[in-house]
Design a protein around this ligand. Structure first.
Ligand code: SF4
Length: 358
């Protein structure tokens, strides 16, 4: 229950149970600090709260909203958790160690499965089940923070780039962002939070309207609408030029550059002329381009066996962008020795019909 509630909502509840509403903000602070209210030892130590209040909380809470049912740790320290939610649905969340030894980044899911149908994505193969609640996203954040602390790191940034399209579950994502960023709760700071989208234009505008100082990342993956629509069906609805115009509107209100994600697929979107095209599209915009070499996940939805670009081709692509004045970096490929691509771990537990037919 606690990860689902804002301080005001908990105040109301605590008051309706006959306790002082001022307990609410302290309860939430203790919860976000990692205190376990279900442990009787902790309860007796938590003498600052009435025992009856803790008991009422335990009765009303019906246990945690999620439990870790699978955990994979890669040689590079990337840790992937599979969480089972109360209704039995499962979602993935990932901790990625930073090159600085005391820091880590987290990747959060916003939906169970995904309806976007991006052709190279493992998540979408099991379809869309439902939106996550803000509490279920916060539980991912807290689980990753525990994982980070256990290895002597601080969870420094989070990105909504796991399973699902965050802008199609915007109200819950915003609600989670507010509590993760709140100094008295998650205390991460909004600027440490990035929301990533495949380019849902009304969602980008709504995120902009929300006036939270978060970062925006847009998965482009192609420099022209025809190639993009083959990879990302959403491309038929939202042309690249319109997406970039929405990014411009977002950037106009914020000092930091947005990020363009571009996953390099051999022979599909990695030709030198496509790099030229991408550079022309970006033009003088202040954007960072994150290049990623594809992490193969088997046959795609359309039955294509995508391959990552070779290192030489990927390097040449980046070089062309940089020669045209773009800021282009490679995002490190993480956890190659585990099911690192989004949706792979979950499919281990819940194979799609296509898997069982193989
Ligand atoms: S890449 Fe993201 S938006 Fe596209 S299908 Fe996968 S989870 Fe959904």
């Amino acid at each position: 229950m606690l990860p689902d509630l804002t301080p005001a909502e908990l105040e109301e509840k605590v008051a309706s149970w006959g306790f002082k509403p001022t307990h609410a903000s302290r309860l939430l602070r203790a919860f976000y600090a990692g205190e376990d209210f279900t442990n009787p030892d902790t309860q007796s130590r938590a003498h600052r709260f009435p025992v009856e209040l803790l008991e009422r909380l335990a009765t009303e809470s019906a246990g945690p909203a999620s439990t870790v049912v699978m955990r994979q740790v890669a040689a590079d320290g990337t840790t992937k958790l599979l969480l089972r939610l109360r209704d039995g649905a499962t979602v993935e969340t990932v901790l990625m160690p930073d090159f600085r030894p005391d820091r880590a980044a987290g990747c959060l899911s916003s939906q169970v499965g995904c309806a976007m149908g991006c052709d190279f994505c493992a998540t979408t193969k099991t379809g869309f089940q439902r939106n996550l609640t803000s509490g279920e996203m916060i539980e991912q954040f807290l689980a990753l923070r525990r994982e980070a602390r256990a290895v002597g790191r601080t969870l420094q940034t989070v990105v909504f780039m796991g399973m699902g399209e965050p802008l199609l579950n915007l109200q819950s994502v915003l609600s989670a962002v507010r509590r993760i960023g709140d100094n008295a709760l998650g205390a991460l700071g909004w600027r440490q939070i990035t929301v990533s989208t495949v380019g849902i234009i009304p969602g980008i505008d709504a995120l902009n309207e929300a006036d939270l100082n978060v970062n925006l990342a847009v998965s482009l993956h192609a420099p022209d609408d025809a190639t993009r629509a083959r990879l990302l069906p959403v491309g038929t609805r939202y042309p690249i030029a319109d997406i970039l115009a929405a990014v411009d509107r977002f950037q106009a209100k914020r000092p930091r550059p947005a990020t363009i994600q571009y996953c390099l697929l051999a022979g599909v979107n990695d030709a030198p002329e496509q790099a030229e095209q991408l550079a022309a599209l970006i033009g003088s915009r202040r954007l960072h381009i994150n290049l990623l070499r594809y992490n193969p996940t088997g046959l795609s939805l359309r039955g294509v066996a995508y391959e990552p670009s070779t290192e030489d081709v990927a390097e040449r692509f980046a070089e062309i962008l940089r020669e045209r004045g773009m800021v282009a970096h490679f995002r490190r490929s993480r956890g190659k020795d585990i099911d690192a691509a989004c949706g792979q771990l979950r499919r281990r537990l819940q194979p799609s019909a296509e898997d069982s037919n193989r």
